[in-house]
Design a protein around this ligand. Structure first.
Ligand code: UGA
Length: 448
């Protein structure tokens, strides 16, 4: 099939690349000309594991095309995926101006019927507005636009694997014709007719389900899923605070809880809390949406406030351990909002760095992927590719992101070059017993 992807960010590029790998002809466009130029030059503007390989193969097989000309891209595809940003406004409400802009472009440039698919995370009822906008902006109303909602459940860092091996594909449509088009698009994914770069022939056997719903339900499924995961993390964090007061171990508690299949072990990791461009803005938008229809989503407000307090909890530990922060040399390990990404948007680590600088610390940072982006925000921080370099002469090490390479640090070696053997672990990466045996003063969340 001939598909168009508007917006070449995380969602758009992964969607475009993987649908091209599934055999479709994909035309990608973006308002940012530099991004398109980079893609044309064979460079990938974001760090996402395996994405470069999937794009390279799609280009070689002439399945993916990039253009800065939106009209050309819109005319090329029968189905158009909208993958533009929906950032939060001051009020928490999602800013849908980019979606509105794209709707106007589609209505202006389309020369034949189109199925317009919302892939960006949008609040419920956006589909209704999109349908109205397409009608209102079209020149003479002669072209038929159908709308569908196809929320993405990709996690940054494992997005390519998530796309190729989804646990569910949700498609909200208005009629059977659109449902059939979407089944045709995802058929090769569900039937495994693509080259998977992630598992080298050893793909998981379970296949996901394609669920056909109404557009309103599809929109709600996305927000309800993300919010539930955020609730789970905040729940674990409150349990962690309780463990500290009572003298229990949060890892033991959440592990045992998670063995109940109704609860599950994932997303119960206590620590600095959630960040990124999805959870914080999605729960704000969901709270806002609920408010507009007279539903008070109190429990989600509580989850949000628990998450905001995580930094405060962390600084209580920092102050307890370091006493005065001013003039201290502090190594910050991890800047990205989570491991395996260069994304620093709403990263808890950035708030930690901001407060450390405000309190007069000298900050030495290391992150495998996120340093380039962070340098622009914090030019006064010193950056090191090698975490052992950042740790030299440090009065304390603060671990803010759960990177595997940090999990594997040889603390005995690092400790020899540190001024003081002190680790304040925001992600519970190490065994308190082992750290103590190595002579470290070690603080983490919810563990004795
Ligand atoms: C999240 C969802 O997991 C995806 O399903 C969804 O598609 C995506 O948002 C989106 O809406 O686009 P993502 O933001 O990439 O994906 O990140 P997650 O892996 O969900 O992690 C979010 C944050 O929670 C990270 O800061 C992570 O460190 C934190 N976290 C995660 C915890 O603090 N504890 C946990 O137990 C798990």
């Amino acid at each position: 099939m001939r598909l168009t992807v508007i917006g070449c960010g995380y969602v758009g590029l992964v969607t475009g690349a993987c649908l091209a790998a599934a055999g479709h002809e994909v035309h990608c466009t973006d308002i940012d000309r530099k991004r398109i130029d980079m893609l044309k030059a064979g460079k990938v503007p974001i760090y996402e594991e395996h994405l470069d390989e999937v794009l390279r193969r799609a280009v070689a097989e002439k399945k993916i095309f990039y253009t800065a000309d939106a009209s050309e891209a819109i005319r090329a595809g029968d189905v158009i995926f909208i993958c533009v940003g929906t950032p939060p406004k001051e009020s928490g409400e999602a800013d849908l101006s980019a979606i509105d802009h794209v709707a106007r472009e589609i209505a202006t440039f389309a020369q034949g019927p189109k199925l317009v698919v919302e892939k960006s995370t949008v609040p419920a009822l956006t589909g209704v507005q999109l349908q109205k906008a397409l009608g209102a902006y079209s020149r003479d109303g002669s072209i038929r636009f159908e709308v569908a909602s196809n929320p993405e459940f990709l996690r940054e860092g494992t997005a390519v694997g998530d796309f190729f091996h989804p646990d569910r594909i949700v498609v909200g449509v208005e009629n059977e014709k659109s449902a059939q088009l979407m089944r045709n698009i995802y058929g090769p994914i569900l039937e495994r007719k693509f080259h998977c770069p992630v598992h080298q022939g050893k793909c998981p056997t379970a296949t996901g389900e394609l669920l056909i719903t109404t557009i309103n339900s599809a929109e709600l499924i996305k927000h309800a899923s993300n919010s539930f995961l955020a609730l789970k993390i905040s729940y674990a964090n409150v349990i962690s605070d309780l463990c500290e007061r009572i003298g229990a171990d949060v890892e033991q508690v959440t592990h045992a809880m998670g063995l109940d299949p109704r609860i599950g072990t994932q997303f119960l990791k206590a620590g600095l809390g959630f960040g990124g461009f999805c959870f914080p803005k999605d729960i704000q938008a969901f709270i806002h949406l609920a408010g507009t229809v007279g539903v008070d989503f109190g429990m989600l407000k509580a989850a949000e406030s628990v998450n905001k307090q995580r930094i405060e909890r962390y600084f209580e530990k920092i102050h307890k351990a370091l006493w005065v922060v001013r003039g201290k040399r502090v190594a910050v390990l991890g800047l990205a909002f989570k491991a395996n990404t260069d994304d620093i948007r709403f990263a808890p680590a950035l708030e930690v760095v901001r407060r450390l600088l405000e309190e007069g610390a000298e900050v030495y940072a290391s992150d495998p992927e996120a340093m380039t982006k962070t340098k622009a925000l914090f030019p006064d921080v010193k950056y090191y590719e090698d975490p052992y370099e950042a740790l030299k002469q440090a009065d304390a090490a603060l671990v803010c992101t759960e990177w595997k390479s940090f999990r594997e640090i040889d603390w005995d070696r690092a400790g020899k070059s540190m001024t003081r053997r002190l680790v304040i672990d925001g992600r519970n990466l190490y065994s308190p017993k082992k750290m103590q045996e190595l002579g470290f003063e070690y603080y983490s969340f919810g563990r004795p």
